[in-house]
Design a protein around this ligand. Structure first.
Ligand code: SAH
Ligand code: SF4
Length: 357
């Protein structure tokens, strides 16, 4: 059954009359991000009580919080059943971004990934994905006079919108397209004009490559950016590090990406984590460039995070040479700045530490 915090305004209207009550409840939940009925102060007490008897509200409580020198904040949240998930808030010149989890654990088993080594606990509900945004937002410092001044503060990441979370990446724990319906519902909640009203263009969804769901998402014709975790330039290599490739090999995956671009007009982000001695030579770069030729893509090169699964990051020299080789073949590539290195900001790492203690 849906929780109150999973419902869109038209669904709330089925349970609440008159209609303005549904609008009030939606605003409490998704604009103000409250986590309890007690906080809905403009609702009559008997209405709050009768709603509470019928419906839950998703909530996240902070179990652990780590702040990095670069302003990145990592949260370990506890859900109502004691399940732990991670979210990371990053500050950029262009705004504040949150990386949210869509599942507790993951079924995909990628060999280099901390979450992939933890197995799968459960899918998150749409309200639980949204609750990470609201809980993190509450933890950010309130608007100060400095925030309100229009000039961005170098390094502080404060922008014209103050301490408001402006961007969302679905790149935390889990595979969003393996929890398709809840993820899509979350996108509808978080972009709703009566809620946070976050623009679809400020949202990125990252997938390891579930081809049928990419096709399905393309047909929804949303404006969200699709990030594809490729990490390999041929099937043999990808088979060994990402088991999903045996089901949906690279050619099928890239065909689905082209379909996504045709349907949405959006450029695809290709994520490529550079793993020392595995996928990081100029020959791999040339092979990758050949795969991506003619596609509307941008490659993000990520020096891999060491998560204790036997893979090491490529050296800065290898990263630079890889990028150059791609650019020689006219493939745009940037080296992603790694934020929060000092605080285990790669998702899955903090949960590993906390639960293994
Ligand atoms: N399941 C989705 C989204 C969550 S993973 C996906 O796989 O795309 C978020 C990103 O972190 C993915 O690009 C993933 O491949 C990458 N990642 C996982 N482990 C990593 C590591 N050790 N170093 C660098 N990137 C990693
Ligand atoms: Fe799951 Fe993504 Fe990690 Fe693969 S990289 S195990 S799909 S979270």
């Amino acid at each position: 059954m849906l929780a109150l915090s999973d419902m869109l305004p038209h669904e709330l209207r089925e349970h609440l009359t008159p209609a303005y009550r549904a609008e009030q409840v939606f605003a409490w939940l998704h604009q103000k991000g409250v986590q309890s009925y007690d906080e809905m102060t403009n609702l009559p007490r008997d209405l709050r009580e009768s709603l509470a008897e019928k419906f839950n509200i998703a909530n996240c409580t902070v179990a652990h919080k780590q702040m990095s020198r670069d302003g990145t904040t990592k949260f370990l949240f506890a859900l109502h059943d004691g399940t732990h998930i991670e979210s990371v808030v990053m500050r950029y010149e262009h705004g504040i971004s949150i990386c949210v989890s869509t599942q507790a654990g993951c079924r995909m088993g990628c060999k280099f990934c901390a979450t992939g080594g933890q197995g799968f606990t459960r899918n998150l509900t749409a309200g639980e994905i949204a609750a990470q945004v609201y809980a993190a937002q509450r933890e950010l410092p309130p608007l100060s006079l400095r925030d309100i001044s229009s000039k961005p503060t170098p390094g502080g990441g404060d922008c014209k919108e103050g301490s408001k979370i402006t961007h969302i990446v679905l790149m935390g724990m889990g595979e969003p397209l393996d929890n398709y319906h809840n993820t899509l519902r979350f996108l509808r909640l978080i972009t709703h004009p009566k809620g946070q009203n976050i623009s679809q263009r400020r949202i990125s969804l990252s997938t390891c490559g579930l081809v049928p769901q990419i096709e399905q998402l393309a047909n929804e014709k949303l404006g969200v950016t699709l990030s594809v975790s490729l990490h390999a330039s041929n099937d043999n290599l990808r088979d060994t590090i990402m088991p999903i490739n045996r089901k949906y090999p690279i050619a099928q995956l890239l065909a689905a990406c082209k379909h996504y671009t045709e349907q949405t007009g959006r450029r695809i982000s290709i994520e490529y984590a550079l793993l020392r001695g595995v996928n990081d030579t100029p020959a791999h770069a040339r092979e990758l460039a050949a795969l991506l030729q003619g596609m509307l893509v941008h490659v993000n090169l990520i020096p891999a995070n060491e998560v204790g699964r036997g893979y090491e990051p490529s050296s800065p020299e290898h990263v630079r040479r890889f990028q150059q080789a791609l650019q020689q073949h006219r493939i745009n590539a940037t080296v992603r700045r790694s934020l929060g290195k000092d605080i285990d900001a790669a998702c899955g790492q903090l949960r590993n530490r906390t639960e293994c203690r």
